[in-house]
Design a protein around this ligand. Structure first.
Ligand code: ZN
Length: 574
């Protein structure tokens, strides 16, 4: 989910709030060779013998933990990742043929390992109804006699207008659209925006304090104020940033977008929001006495540039919409302890990626998140192959729709195939490929600070010669941006695991930041020959050990009293 769609969702919600309408909306962050020493009889053995009751695990690995860990295969991580990232899966778009092919492939793995199905009607698949939308290239923006081209010159920001929407209006330029006594400016003064098409320019004038400007020019503030005046549409120029240029934004916004079919249609019809490239903006202002470029320089020099543009525009929107079915894939290793087996620990990872773009190019989503699914499946296989039976049950949940707002996870927690009040914790694998940089020795638990899962993580890390690091990029807010967060919102202690080799912190961060610009959600997120597969295997070991200890402990994981999350009494496992 891009910054734009997230802030647009927030803005329409704010606007709905200012209009007093109800507020209900929902809306992205991976080993030690264990010598298997103890062979126990082939019959199933109940894991947890010899494990202390408390959730704050201590001590070395138990023979059973070693046994399961020894069955963790990096070859499995590799083959699952390569298969999912292959062109055969067509980028695993949510509720697409490629996505469903991937879901069936995952179900086949669970079948091979004889895990118990936990989908609909005794299958591994949980069907979800989605609504998919894609703006078609014959969407036009006519300004005067000139037609701007959809894609190169302009795109539409979410929420998308309905198919067939036609908006006409006089163009009014409002510069940065900032109203601030502190800055002695009112870019909207004397302008009537009602039913007009408002042209807004993003950016910062020279010589202002950046932090102070940020406060008064935030999307929510500026858009909210303009949208509150009832314009027919909003056109945004200069929307790109150095790390997120127009081409990247357009790459996102021309893709197919997906929503849960069950998500209510927006009560409030937001006016269409158009984002233009610089060339599109030049076309928008063409034929005026002052060019767009000149007006932009004036604005950057602090001059007042707001004015009616004395010409009209017509936006004609064509959107292809379809209803389609996508699937979560779920399996369970049933617990053996009669008192605890109806409680479960969930491992999750999203298998969806962006499918293919309007130009037919495929988004393989290798690091994000075929690798996370491979890591989770290697744990499932290890349990199956070791024939170890945990005290509590262990669920493996491969969700779809994550790239469109955690949709598959949101659907599962509201239509669970296991009683939600019996879910005691969730461990999620999602990432940016840091595990493949080398032998993992550093682990990040996003959200570990909020519950005693952090203790379990610290134990698993120390037992496997790893060190737990705090979130290296807190500004990315990874904790809120992947599937574990759907469980957190239901009050269930959850976290997301990522791993990295021992390396300079700055080197790690710069490598991740570079990847976020070049490969994140791009067609270049592919499996690389230099990937070190032992890396994700070591992360899988940590995840597996956490799962085993949580499944074996008498006590349940719980939020720290200081955490902003709570499990409602009704939802507490009992
Ligand atoms: Zn992801």
């Amino acid at each position: 989910m891009t910054e734009w769609s997230r802030s647009m969702t927030r803005i329409t919600a704010t606007l709905r709030a200012t209009r007093g309408e109800g507020l209900s909306f929902s809306w992205h962050g991976r080993s030690i060779s264990i010598l298997l020493s103890i062979l126990v009889s082939a019959s199933l053995v109940l894991a947890g013998q010899g494990v202390t009751g408390s959730v704050n695990p201590t001590g070395a690995l138990t023979p059973l933990e070693r046994r399961v860990c020894s069955r963790l295969k990096k070859q499995t991580i590799r083959s699952v990742t390569q298969k999912l990232a292959s062109t055969e899966m067509e980028g695993r778009g949510t509720a697409t043929a490629g996505g469903e092919r991937a879901a069936r492939y995952l179900a086949e793995q669970f079948t091979r390992w004889r895990l118990k199905p936990l989908g609909d009607n005794g299958s591994y698949l949980q069907a979800i109804r989605f609504r998919a939308s894609q703006v078609s290239a014959d969407t036009t923006l006519r300004v005067g006699k000139r037609d701007l081209r959809y894609g190169p010159d302009f795109v539409l920001a979410p929420p998308l207008p309905a198919d067939g929407t036609v908006v006409k209006g006089e163009l009014v330029f409002v510069g940065y659209g900032v109203v601030s006594t502190g800055h002695g400016r009112d870019d909207l003064v004397g302008l009537d925006l009602k039913d007009k098409i408002v042209v807004l320019m993003r950016g910062t004038p020279q010589g202002v304090d950046e932090a102070a400007w940020k406060k008064v020019s935030g999307r929510q503030t500026v858009f909210g104020r303009i949208l509150g005046q009832g314009p027919a549409a909003l056109i945004i120029t200069n929307a790109g940033l150095s790390e997120q240029p127009y081409s990247l934004l357009a790459g996102y916004m021309t893709r197919r977008s997906v929503a849960l079919n069950s998500s209510p249609a927006p009560l409030f019809k937001a006016p269409p929001v158009v984002i233009t490239s610089d060339r599109g903006a030049e076309d928008l202002f063409s034929g005026l006495t002052t060019s767009y470029g000149a007006l932009r320089s004036k604005a950057e020099n602090g001059e007042f540039v707001s004015q009616p543009l004395a010409k009209a525009a017509t936006l004609s929107v064509r959107v292809r919409q379809e209803e389609a079915i996508g699937s979560n894939v779920a399996a369970v290793v049933e617990g053996g302890d009669p008192a605890l087996r109806d409680q479960a620990v969930v491992f999750s990872a999203h298998y969806d990626a962006f499918g293919s773009g309007p130009d037919g190019r495929i988004y393989p989503g290798a690091a994000d998140n075929a690798l996370g699914v491979g890591t989770m499946l290697s744990i499932a296989q290890a349990f199956a192959k070791s024939r170890v039976c945990p005290r509590r049950s262990i669920i493996f949940l491969a969700v779809t729709g994550e790239e469109h707002g955690l949709l598959g996870a949101e659907h599962w927690v509201s239509h669970p195939t296991w009683p939600m009040e019996k879910i005691c914790a969730a461990i999620n694998f999602d990432g940016v490929g840091t595990e493949t940089y080398g032998i993992v020795r550093r682990i990040v638990g996003f959200g570990a600070e909020y519950s005693d899962l952090g203790e379990t993580l610290r134990w698993a890390a120390s037992a496997t010669d790893n060190i737990v690091l705090p979130d290296p990029l807190p500004e990315e807010q990874a904790f809120y941006r992947s599937d574990h967060y759907a469980f957190v919102k239901k009050g269930i202690p959850a976290l997301m695991l990522m791993g990295a080799p021992q390396m300079e912190r700055t080197a790690l961060i710069s490598r991740v930041k570079k990847w976020l610009v070049t490969d994140y959600h791009q067609t270049s997120d592919i499996v690389r020959p230099e990937w070190n597969w032992e890396g994700p295997r070591r992360l899988a070991v940590v995840g597996l050990l956490m799962g085993m200890r949580i499944a074996a402990a008498d006590a349940l994981p719980s939020w720290w009293p200081s955490a902003p999350f709570r499990r409602s009494a009704a939802a507490a496992p009992r």
